[in-house]
Design a protein around this ligand. Structure first.
Ligand code: HEC
Ligand code: HEC
Ligand code: HEC
Ligand code: HEC
Ligand code: HEC
Length: 403
């Protein structure tokens, strides 16, 4: 039972017989044996409470969107805007086994969190010291990683130029708005408990790869453009805010933009084959365009490469499915068993060998899908039937030359 539970929990997961995670300080204050330890890791902390910058009336994305319409529309397509509402995320944080810090990268501002955590009892991540947050803003919480998560600090809007044309207090800060901002959430390697390793290594993968020093997270995920950033204002340098990535949406009716990292080619069969010949169907996948491994981030992501051969009457003769992704064992201790994720610029060839029967008219299909989570995981988390976990990125039908 426990094994199955562990297997099907997603992201960098966990298992521990958890104690009540919403303990209030008063429950413990009388017990002197309880030692309160401070929070140490960055992901244990929130971005401290943010005041509304001078010249504005709110820090909600919706309010920024009144003036920055394009940025708002783009951001709404991004998974950043669904980092809280994502049904899978909601299913996971509802579990007693999810520690308090899960929310810190998904709703990073203190303003977005119901409780303020000031320490851990005996250093136990399942016993955070919680205080009610009197300034909790539910509307902001729904927005997940909103404009203010990245742009508002110390009563000002941080921007790349510090322009004096804005109605709000604006400060130039290119250090904060660098790729390090992305890496602060997209790279976390730690063992929180034996069953809860945290392995997001996109930043490290990028640093170790060929793009370090030439292209960074923003170059690829926030491409440059020239446009007016508030209607009626002069065009200036700007960046698309779709934060496009895998392209697997969180809601079927809210598509998200995709970046394609793979170059996929079926290798043409050169010869004419006769009955009894062994045929080798090959497809090549190269990580041509991603600045890190494919897939990256969440260890539960994977690609499937499906090859299938059919008779002329579309009867399946033989098929093979290959997988690119990590494999984990979660019990008794979480451990990565294998990782065949594609490195930047790496090419891999997948093949299906079979003996051609006598008849003619055979054809074969090659299909590649991107997957965010498995079907078992979707079932385990009781996610809605129409919750998208997969997209098809390549499909090709080829006929043999033995006609
Ligand atoms: C009342 C309209 C209005 C609202 C609301 C507004 N802005 Fe702006 N903002 C502007 C204008 C105007 C500029 C300057 C336009 C230009 O440079 O062409 C600007 C500039 C910016 C810049 C660029 C700063 C730089 O350094 O170049 C950023 C970033 C920004 N706003 C973010 C935000 C965020 C985040 C919010 C919400 C918390 C917000 N704005 C709300 C009107 C607005
Ligand atoms: C406050 C933490 C945080 C910051 C800062 C952040 N991200 Fe994210 N990002 C996330 C989380 C959490 C998700 C996943 C949301 C979900 O799936 O519900 C995500 C999702 C993404 C995705 C989409 C992944 C997919 O499945 O397609 C891309 C691309 C991305 N981020 C790029 C960036 C870039 C580029 C930056 C820097 C400009 C950045 N992020 C900054 C936390 C962050
Ligand atoms: C050279 C361009 C490039 C750079 C640099 C780059 N990425 Fe990507 N990234 C891509 C492409 C292309 C994809 C889509 C991969 C795919 O699914 O085919 C992607 C996918 C992603 C995803 C979605 C997860 C997945 O497995 O598809 C996240 C999250 C992400 N990138 C974050 C980052 C962060 C953070 C950085 C900086 C440390 C970064 N990327 C640097 C091109 C880049
Ligand atoms: C995940 C972090 C992140 C989020 C969320 C985000 N931005 Fe940005 N934004 C950036 C970064 C980084 C830059 C600076 C790019 C540069 O110049 O290097 C930027 C630049 C800008 C600029 C300056 C012009 C431009 O396009 O480069 C404006 C205006 C802006 N953002 C508005 C917004 C608004 C409005 C929202 C919410 C709807 C938002 N941003 C959400 C990271 C973010
Ligand atoms: C260090 C920051 C950070 C923390 C802490 C964090 N996440 Fe995330 N989470 C991310 C990022 C970044 C992504 C996007 C990963 C990607 O697509 O590469 C993400 C994506 C997700 C997703 C969507 C998975 C997908 O493939 O689209 C779920 C669900 C999730 N996290 C749950 C959790 C849970 C549960 C916890 C606590 C155990 C947690 N997160 C803690 C940064 C974080």
């Amino acid at each position: 039972m426990k094994y199955i539970l562990v297997l099907s929990v997603t992201t960098f997961l966990l298992f521990q017989c958890s104690d009540n995670k919403t303990v209030l300080i008063d429950d413990y204050s009388k017990e002197e044996t309880q030692k309160i330890t401070p929070l140490t890791n960055s992901w244990e902390k929130t971005v401290p409470f943010q005041e509304i910058p001078e010249g504005l009336t709110s820090i909600s994305a919706k309010s920024c969107g009144v003036c920055h319409q394009d940025h708002y529309e783009e951001w709404k397509h991004s998974t950043h805007s669904h980092a809280w509402t994502d049904p899978q995320f909601q299913a996971e944080i509802a579990k007693e086994t999810s520690p308090f810090m899960c929310i810190n990268c998904h709703i990073p501002l203190e303003n977005q969190q119901e409780n303020i955590v000031t320490g851990l009892i005996n250093g136990d991540v399942y016993k955070p010291v919680n205080h009610k947050n009197p300034r909790f803003d539910k509307e902001l919480q729904q927005e997940g990683i909103n404009c203010a998560s990245c742009h508002v600090r110390n009563g000002a809007v941080l921007g790349p130029t510090g322009t004096d044309k804005a109605p709000h207090k604006t400060i130039k800060d290119t250090v904060h708005l660098s790729e390090n901002l992305c890496i602060s959430c997209h790279n976390a390697v730690a063992t929180i408990s034996p069953q809860l390793p945290c392995t997001f290594e996109t930043g490290d993968e990028w640093k170790a790869g060929p793009y370090f020093g030439t292209k960074n997270c923003k170059t690829c995920h926030m491409p440059d453009t020239v446009r007016s950033i508030v209607s009626g204002h002069e065009a200036r340098k700007s960046h698309l805010h779709y934060f496009m990535g895998s392209g697997i949406p969180k809601f079927i009716d809210k598509p998200t933009k995709m970046l394609n990292g793979l170059l996929i080619k079926t290798i043409p069969l050169q010869e004419v084959y006769n009955a009894g010949d062994t045929v080798s169907l090959k497809v090549s996948l190269t990580n041509e365009f991603a600045g890190h491994k494919i897939p990256t981030g969440d260890p539960e992501r994977f690609f499937l490469i499906e090859q299938a051969v059919y008779t002329k009457d579309s009867v399946l003769l033989v098929e093979k499915t290959h997988r690119i992704g990590e494999e984990w064992k979660w019990y008794p201790e979480a451990k990565k068993i294998s990782d065949n994720n594609l490195l930047p610029k790496e090419e891999r060839i997948f093949s299906l060998n079979f003996v051609l029967p006598s008849e003619k008219g055979w054809f074969y299909k090659t299909k590649v899908t991107k997957n965010r989570a498995s079907e078992e995981n979707k079932k385990y988390n009781k996610l809605p039937e129409d919750y998208p976990i997969q997209i098809t990125i390549f499909e090709e039908v080829n006929h043999f030359k033995n006609e």
